[in-house]
Design a protein around this ligand. Structure first.
Ligand code: SAH
Ligand code: SF4
Length: 347
């Protein structure tokens, strides 16, 4: 049993019935686990003996091994052991108007993007649906620790932590189903965003399975020649096919996709790349999110300096592209995009 969050409501009911508990008990425990994000210790309406049995036989499965904060407590990165085995990082980010958790879908990642710390460690494990959902439930509890400058209420989930969500599709889709179940966690699907390196068949299946979930695609280059080098899966799913998949997703969902772009000094922040990107973004009616590359140990290249970022933005805007420069939350605690890798404590 990796975590109790892997059980359906019926499976939980069957287990408790097998222990001789009355029928209503499963509903009570389910509500506490999902709606109130309670740990067993906090379940005051459940007897101590049952709480102990639950903790032993159906563990919550989230152990906080280490935690760091930045941005005056508004960014909180936790190293979590899930299901007693899989170690990953999750990041809670409090903004003035919203609270977002960045969850991991895998321990490590097999995609091998050169600039990404998670990619540099390779793939260790896929996470189960329950292990993914458990990070979000943890985040709902953790949000109480955010400073008063934020709403302290978890509102958004982004699959931008460790791993490639569409390389662990079955579990990722199941976790979204759990989290958006009104009888369970009750999150609105519109508040979930899946970020992918561009696994073409997975994008179509996402539209089919969860049409209200948002899509962000990590481009980083607008020519196959450059993208092959930065994002190896591009050799399998080149830009033309990727654009087709995103166009299909947009037609099926009616939603505006995002294009993610980490600006790497003198690599992909050139006028030429901006000019190649602009027509793609226009055709897809996509929103372009730029982020200066966060430094990682295994990639000796820098993020773009402010002047080059401004220029890249100007070229895109001059061509009618909708673009924002994202802030780099938690950079000094290695909690920013692409910096997630297991800290020494997990080794
Ligand atoms: N595997 C998925 C989601 C996790 S990565 C994906 O690649 O989209 C989340 C985001 O961080 C992606 O947009 C990724 O390209 C970006 N990223 C990776 N390394 C980065 C770095 N060093 N600096 C800035 N962004 C980075
Ligand atoms: Fe994997 Fe995304 Fe990192 Fe690429 S950027 S290695 S797909 S986590």
């Amino acid at each position: 049993m990796p975590t109790v969050y892997d059980l359906t409501r019926q499976e939980l009911a069957d287990r408790l019935a097998g222990w001789g508990e009355p029928r209503y008990r499963a509903g009570q425990v389910w509500t506490q686990l999902w709606k109130r994000a309670a740990t067993y210790e906090a379940m005051s309406d459940v007897s101590p003996a049952l709480r102990e049995r639950l903790a032993n036989e159906l563990p919550i499965g989230v152990e906080v091994l280490d935690e760091r904060t930045a941005d005056r407590g508004a960014t909180r990165k936790a190293l979590l052991r899930l299901g007693g085995a899989h170690v990953i990082e999750a990041v809670l980010m409090g903004y003035r108007d919203r609270v977002t958790v960045c969850v991991s879908s895998q321990a490590g990642c097999a995609m091998g993007c050169t600039f990404c710390a998670t990619g540099q460690m390779g793939l260790r494990n896929n996470l189960t649906a329950g292990e993914i959902a458990a990070q979000v439930v943890w985040a709902r509890r953790e949000a109480a620790k955010l400073p008063a400058s934020t709403p302290r209420r978890l509102g958004n989930v982004v699959f931008m932590g460790m791993g490639e969500p569409l390389a662990n599709e079955r579990h990722v889709f199941a976790s979204i189903a759990r989290l958006t179940d009104p009888e369970g966690f009750g999150l609105g699907a519109r508040h979930v965003t899946v970020s992918t390196v561009g696994i073409v068949p997975g994008i179509a299946r996402l539209a089919g399975a969860h049409p209200q979930v948002g899509l962000a695609v990590s481009f980083h280059a607008a020519s196959d020649e450059l993208r092959d080098r930065l994002v190896p899966p591009n050799t399998r799913y080149p830009l033309g096919e990727l654009e087709g998949a995103i166009a299909g997703w947009r037609a099926a969902t009616g939603r505006r996709p995002s294009i993610e772009w980490a600006l790497i000094d003198r690599v992909n922040d050139t006028d030429e790349q901006a000019e190649l990107l602009a027509p793609i973004a226009r055709r897809l009616a996509a929103h372009v999110n730029l982020i200066p590359l966060n430094p990682t140990p295994g990639y000796a290249v820098m993020g773009s300096p402010p002047a080059r970022i401004r220029r890249f933005v100007a070229v895109l805007e001059g061509r009618g592209v909708n673009v924002t420069v994202r802030d780099t939350r938690g950079r000094n605690i290695d909690a920013a995009c692409g910096q997630l890798a297991l800290s020494a404590i997990a080794e």
